[in-house]
Design a protein around this ligand. Structure first.
Ligand SMILES: [Zn+2]
Length: 255
């Protein structure tokens, strides 16, 4: 049943993968049918602002240059904002000092084709630094840490699979780091430096996910109370254990 709804080459981003693993029914509603969220979550404004701030900081100078940091904070009227200052100071302690090159918000893809499975994995990475023979990839995180090792997170594994392919073509080794910016987080999780065996295993894992998407049949939801309570489609989903009031605008509801 699902096979006819999916394209021949299934797109697989870290967010799409996470959504599928969280609840196949959410994938059906959000990605296959493309419905708007009935229960939008908190606004990501703070995270976006911090990401943009780091982007600007690196584009116009160095995060290790105290005067440059002070100028940027002043430009936003944040001279006395200890939280933002703390974020930038924490970041500077972790950021490469003299990279050969660096890029922000880089989109990369990697194609997988081993019949009968085809998918196009994609990953947007916040910053890519080249330091000696290492491709130092950074995903900036503004929330709280939930893992001890980057290699343990499915989204990171997908990122690594895509990034390692790019690194190999450049003759570089990949190191994927999730850099936590909140000053409350003591240590970042252990970075992922994947070996060939790791990458082969990840390719097989992702292929298994795509096969499951094609063969599971009904996008059956996981229907767990805690999961449903946080779901952005909980008021729309016929399987929800925590339905709420549908928040779509009246025009969408046809009234
Ligand atoms: Zn930096």
């Amino acid at each position: 049943m699902t096979d006819k709804w999916l394209p021949d080459i299934v797109p697989l981003s870290p967010t799409a993968l996470e959504q599928w693993l969280r609840c196949p029914r959410e994938t059906l509603l959000g990605r296959v049918l493309g419905l708007p969220e009935s229960d939008p979550g908190a606004s990501p404004d703070h995270g976006l602002f911090v990401h943009n701030l780091l982007h600007q900081l690196h584009a116009q100078g160095s995060c290790h240059d105290a005067a440059h940091v002070a100028d940027l904070l002043a430009a936003y009227g944040l001279d006395d904002d200890s939280e933002t200052r703390g974020i930038l100071e924490r970041h500077a302690r972790r950021c490469p000092n003299e990279p050969t090159s660096g890029h922000h918000e880089v989109d990369l893809t990697r194609f997988y084709r081993r019949p009968p499975v085809m998918f196009m994995a994609s990953a947007r990475i916040d910053a890519l630094w080249i330091v000696d023979d290492v491709l130092d990839a950074r995903d900036y995180k503004t929330g709280f840490r939930s893992i001890d090792r980057v290699a343990d997170d499915p989204k990171a594994r997908l990122q690594a699979w895509v990034l390692a392919h790019f690194a190999a073509r450049k003759g570089l080794r990949l190191r994927l780091r999730w850099e936590y910016l909140a000053t409350e987080v003591d240590e970042d999780p252990e970075p992922f430096v994947p070996e060939d065996d790791d990458l082969d295993a990840i390719g097989s894992e992702l292929a298994a996910v795509v096969i499951a998407m094609r063969t599971d049949g009904a996008f059956t939801g996981h229907a767990e109370p805690e999961l449903c309570a946080r779901c952005r489609y909980r008021s729309l989903c016929s399987e929800s254990l925590a339905p709420g009031e549908l928040s779509w605008p009246a025009a969408l509801l046809g009234s």
